[in-house]
Structures are given as C-alpha cells and as structure tokens.
Write a protein that binds this ligand. Sequence first.
Ligand code: FAD
Length: 407
Amino acid sequence: MGGRVVGDILERMSSDVVIVGAGIVGAACARALAMAGLRVTVLERGAAASGTSARGEGNLLVSDKAPGPELRLAQFAASLWPVVADELADELGTSFPAIEYERKGGLVVATTDAGAAPLLAFAASQRAAGVDARALDVDETRALEPQLNPAITAAVHYPDDAQVQPVIATEALLASARLRGAEVRVGVTVTGALRDASGRITGVRTTAGDVAAGSVLVAAGPWSGEVARAFGADLPMRPRRGVVLVTTRMPHAIFHKVYDGDYFAATQSSDAALQTSSVVESTPSGTVLIGSSREQVGFDERLRVAVLRELAAKALRLFPFLAAASIMRSYGGFRPYMPDHLPVIGADPRVPGLWHASGHEGAGIGLSLATAAMLAAGFTGGAVPTDAAPFRLDRPTLQRHLAEAAP
Ligand SMILES: Cc1cc2nc3c(=O)[nH]c(=O)nc-3n(C[C@H](O)[C@H](O)[C@H](O)COP(=O)(O)OP(=O)(O)OC[C@H]3O[C@@H](n4cnc5c(N)ncnc54)[C@H](O)[C@@H]3O)c2cc1C
C-alpha cells in the first residue's frame, strides 16, 4: 500500500521531458512538446530568458543564410512566426505584452565596388532556393531608407525578414506552455543525470532535488556543452561573444533591418578573432540597435572600447545621421556556436534518453519555433517538417569536433 502511494506520487511528479534552460529555444520546445500532449518541466538556473536570449537582437532572418539546411530551417521558421504570434496574442490576451512581431523586411547593402558582385551573386543563389530577394538600384533603395548613405554599390531587399522582442517572446512561449500544463521552475540548476541500471537517463539531479523524467532535453544555449558533459556526453559548444550598442529613443528614421554585405561572411567565419559588420535597425520603442561583433573570448563579459568604436564607425558608414545620436547603453552576450555552424537538434545516439536543441549561434531567436516543431515530431514520431539529418549530432561535419571535445 505504502509503495503504491509513493509510486503514485513519483508518477505525478515525473515528467515526460525535462528541459534544461528557459531561453527562447527551451521555451519554444516547452510549448511545442506540451501542445503535443507531453508532460513538460522546464528547469532554469536564473530567470526565464536570462541567458543569451536577452542579449541580442530579435531578427528573424532568411537574408543572411546561404542555400542549404539552415536556410530551409529559417524559411520554415519564417512561415511559423506570424501564426504563432497570432496564437500567443489569442491565448494570452491583452494583459500580456505583445511580442512585437513585425515583418519589416531586410535591406542588405554593399559599400564597396568589390562587395557589389558577391552580394548580388549571393542573392541570386538564394532566389534559386526560393527566397524573395530583390536587387534594387540606389533610388529604389533610398525610397525604402531615405537616410541611407547614397554611396552604396549594390542593395538587395528581403521582404520576408522580420523581428520580434526576444525576451517577451520567450516569456510568452513559456506562458503558453504553462497553459498546457508545463511546469517552469526558475532558480534551479541542473547538475547531473539520474540513470537506470541500463544507463538510460531517467531524470536530472538539481540544486532543488531530483526530478524524474522520461527524457531530458538540453537547451542551455552556450552552456549546453557543460550541461551535456554532466550527462556524460561531449558537445563541441563554444561561446561566441557579440556586442550591441543602443541609442536613446528618436523619431523613426530606419524602417528595415539594414546591414552591410560583410555580415554574411562574419556569420560563416570560424575565425576566433574580432569581426564586426554593421547591422542597424530601430525598435518599436524608438531606440536604434547597432550591431554586431563576433569573437571567441570564452565567457569574458568585459565590454571593450575598441569593439564599440568599430561598431559605431561602421554604422555611420550606412547611416551618417547617426553621428548625432546618443548611445544609451551597450550590452553583449554569448552566441551558442557549433564549429560547423549548424544547430544540434534531436536525440543523442550515445546516451539513451538525452536530447539536444542547442548551437543556433546568431539565429536562435529566429530558428526557435522551427527547432521546437522538429523536436516535437522527433518525440512523438510525427512527420518531420524539414529534413532532420543535417541537424543530427552524428552528422559527418561534426565528428572531428566531437572527437576534439572529448576530454
Ligand atoms: C549580440 C547578439 C545578437 C544576436 N542577434 C540575434 C538575432 O538578431 N536573431 C537571432 O535569431 N538570434 C540572435 N542572436 C542569437 C540568439 O540570441 C541565440 O541563438 C539564442 O538566444 C539562443 O537561445 P537558447 O535558448 O539556446 O540559449 P539561452 O537564451 O542562453 O538560454 C539557455 C538557458 O539555459 C540556462 N542554463 C544554463 N545552464 C543551466 C543549468 N545547468 N541548469 C539550468 N539552467 C541552465 C541559462 O541560464 C539560460 O537561461 C544574437 C546573439 C547575440 C549575442
């Protein structure tokens, strides 16, 4: 009798899935898995969206992705965002702040003669992959962005690029997951795995006690490497530092996400040294975000003047009027970087019961919903919405890095 009662309590306490991390990826997965009927517990050591998801911009981009698996995931994500934005508004009501989804479009420009041909060729390759990428002349470009420096050598307009407020989006996805029975516990650090006699993971050890679960999903952003290691699995995750400048509020004078063509090269580079490219956009509140840098400096949080200076100088090349703007603050975060530039989404073939949703680098806000849909299909055996193979942990491009990550 006593055993039966204890068993019932454990049964009620256990989840089908424990998600480690309440950033936007964990939040999106919590909602998708709860919608699929699974009992979900999210464990977060800080507050919700206290990691990288609060430290970047909220761009949902197809424009910066070359034809291939990441672009396909981004195109799928772009189809999900307007639907989910409406669903969240309906579910959460007007007392919950809007996630500020806006399909504002992106404008990519070249500022040198040498940069023009590669930008136009890149756009042509994307068009062949189904991206709406429209080459514009200077007058057409200035009609979209009157304050843009006219000394540009090429421009491409991407109407499908969009934007959200990532912290509100994370909170909204978690709130929606809660409405479907998910439990979200903050201030709880996951420290290791519970296992059965066969080695299968049966839950997690935490600073607040053990939590039983059928499976564990690691969605710990740039910290996923150390979390996975606590579960006996290596993951070649590295933090890739990025910094953003924020101006004081001003009348809206920038209407798209505008960036220079160098940005794509920076996202795809594996160089650890500092790289900056100009990415400028306004927010609904009237601030202007000026990004962004990329460098591998571990988890070093210091703001360096040299980085800020370079970001500001490059932004002025695009928008000279920003010379009169005041910078209100600057912040930075750590992109979760996988050495082959693709996230890991799916089951870990090495450790039964362990799953991953990590490594989205500079695209985790945008790709979160698509990642969650893929995982939900993986958990339930449903139809996978886009080819899952390029995101598997055992893909060929990751094997060398996995071997290097092993202690
Ligand atoms: C400057 C900059 C600009 C960016 N701009 C964009 C952009 O415009 N568009 C875009 O799509 N992406 C952008 N990104 C990238 C994006 O922010 C990330 O890809 C995304 O936030 C990753 O989300 P996540 O949920 O995987 O990780 P996180 O948001 O970092 O969440 C992981 C969570 O796990 C928690 N955690 C870690 N360890 C444990 C543990 N042991 N126990 C419990 N909890 C734990 C952490 O506290 C954290 O809250 C940008 C990033 C930076 C730095």
